[in-house]
Write a protein that binds this ligand. Structure first.
Ligand SMILES: [Zn+2]
Length: 398
C-alpha cells in the first residue's frame, strides 16, 4: 500500500512539474487512480485515435498517409510446395486442379535454405531487357469491366527461351518464347461476395500491365514463386507463349501511402492490391481470409469504398487463393474465342478437354451440373487439365 502511494505521489509530482499548463485542476485533487490518466490522455489523444472509416467521412479520413512498413523476412519465406486444398483454407490455394504432372523448374537454386524456406533476395533472375509493343485497355461497359489487349507487358522482359549461357539455365530451362495473345476478358464491374468461394484454375486474374496472373503453382504443384526462375519483372512464358506472373511484379510501382494501390483484377472482378493494408503495414496470411483477401476501405474507380479485395503478399500463395466472388472467366481470352492449349496453364503437357466442355463450365463451380449439346454431366477438373470441364455422367475420360 505504502509503496503504491509513494509511486503515485512521485508520478503525480512529476506530472505536475513537467506539465505546467494543466496543473490547476490537479493540484487540489487527491492522487487517486484517476489523476494520472487525464495527463496521458491529453498528450496522446490525437496520435492514437483510430482513423474514422464511416461512410460520411471516408473521403477525407479513410485514406491514411501511413508510410509502408514490413515485418516480413524476405530471406526466410515458407515454401508452399503442395499447399493446395479441396476446400478454402488460409495460406493454401483452393485449386480446381489437384493432380499435377511435372514441368516448371528442374533444379534447386541456392536460394532454397534447405529448412522449408527460401530467400527471395538471393533468387536468380533471367537475363535480358526486351521491350514489346504492349496494347491494353480497360473500359466499363454497362455492368462489366472489359479488358482487351495483346498480352504483351508494358515493361521489359528477360530473354526467352532461357539461354544456355544464362546462370538461370542451371535451375530453370524454360524453352518457351513470349508471343502475342488475343486478350478479351469481361468481369463484373461491381463484384459481390458469393455464398461460397470458388476454386481457382491455372489463371486467377489480369494485372494492370496487361499480363495475366497465374496461381501460385508451377505445373508440378510446387511453389512457382520459390522454384521457377522469372525475369526482372517476375514474369515468364508458358508453352503457348503466354507471358504471366505467379507473384506481384516488382516492375509494378505502388505509389500509394497507407493502403496499397490497385494492381489488377481477379476473375471474379474484385481488385488485387499491393502488399500494404490501410495502416501501411505489409499484410501476411494472418491478416487475410481463406481466399487471400479482406474487407477494408480501398480506392475503387476513383472513390474510397469499403469493400472486399485481395492482397498480394510475399508469402505463399501470393495473390488469390480462391474466388470470393463468382468468377466469370477461367482464363484470359477464354469463353471459346481461342482454340487449343493457348489459354491453359500450359506449363504442363497433356491432353486438354475439348473447348466446348470447358465453355460449358464457364462460371460454374466444381461439382455443378452442366450440359454440352444433349449430353449432361458434372463440372470437374480432368487429369492433365487446369480448367473445369463438363465431364459426361457416363464417366470421365481417363
Ligand atoms: Zn486491404
Amino acid at each position: 500500500m505504502k509503496k503504491i502511494f509513494y509511486l503515485l505521489m512521485i508520478s503525480f509530482l512529476l506530472s505536475a512539474c513537467l506539465m505546467p499548463p494543466p496543473p490547476a485542476p490537479q493540484v487540489g485533487s487527491a492522487p487517486s487512480s484517476e489523476s494520472q490518466p487525464p495527463a496521458n490522455d491529453q498528450s496522446s489523444q490525437n496520435q492514437n485515435q483510430p482513423s474514422a472509416t464511416n461512410e460520411a467521412q471516408s473521403e477525407s479520413h479513410s485514406h491514411s498517409d501511413a508510410p509502408h512498413t514490413s515485418d516480413v523476412d524476405l530471406t526466410h519465406l515458407e515454401v508452399g510446395d503442395g499447399k493446395y486444398s479441396s476446400s478454402p483454407q488460409v495460406g493454401y490455394v483452393f485449386s480446381c486442379q489437384t493432380s499435377f504432372n511435372g514441368g516448371g523448374a528442374t533444379g534447386t537454386g541456392n536460394w532454397m535454405n534447405g529448412d522449408g524456406t527460401w530467400n527471395a533476395l538471393m533468387k536468380a533472375v533471367v537475363d535480358g531487357s526486351v521491350t514489346w509493343p504492349h496494347e491494353f485497355t480497360i473500359s466499363i461497359q454497362g455492368d462489366q469491366r472489359v479488358f482487351t489487349g495483346n498480352g504483351l507487358p508494358d515493361h521489359e522482359t528477360g530473354n526467352y527461351p532461357i539461354s544456355a549461357s544464362d546462370d538461370a539455365y542451371a535451375i530453370d530451362r524454360n524453352p518457351n518464347s513470349i508471343s502475342e495473345q488475343n486478350v478479351t476478358v469481361s468481369l463484373p464491374a461491381n463484384p459481390v461476395v458469393a455464398n461460397q468461394p470458388t476454386c481457382v484454375g491455372g489463371e486467377v486474374g489480369i494485372m494492370l500491365s496487361g499480363v495475366p496472373m497465374f496461381n501460385a503453382f508451377d505445373a508440378g504443384g510446387r511453389d512457382a514463386g520459390a522454384h521457377e526462375v522469372q525475369d526482372n519483372c517476375d514474369g515468364h512464358p508458358q508453352e503457348a507463349g503466354v507471358y504471366h506472373y505467379h507473384t506481384l511484379s516488382d516492375c509494378t510501382t505502388d505509389t500509394a501511402t497507407g493502403h496499397s494501390a490497385l494492381m489488377g483484377y481477379a476473375f471474379d472482378g474484385f481488385g488485387i492490391y499491393g502488399y500494404y493494408d490501410a495502416n501501411g503495414k505489409e499484410v501476411t496470411n494472418e491478416d487475410l481470409d481463406e481466399c487471400h483477401g479482406h474487407t477494408e476501405v480501398v480506392e475503387w474507380d476513383g472513390q474510397f469504398v469499403e469493400m472486399y479485395h485481395y492482397h498480394a503478399t510475399h508469402e505463399f500463395p501470393y495473390t488469390v487463393g480462391c474466388f470470393k466472388g463468382t468468377p466469370s472467366v477461367k482464363s484470359i481470352g477464354g469463353q471459346g474465342q481461342q482454340q487449343g492449349g493457348q489459354n491453359q496453364q500450359g506449363e504442363q503437357a497433356g491432353q486438354q478437354p475439348p473447348q466446348e466442355a470447358i465453355n460449358a463450365c464457364s462460371g460454374l463451380s466444381q461439382g455443378a451440373s452442366c450440359s454440352v449439346g444433349n449430353m449432361t454431366g458434372t463440372c470437374m477438373t480432368p487429369p492433365n487439365s487446369s480448367q473445369l470441364a463438363c465431364v459426361p455422367a457416363g464417366g470421365p475420360p481417363p
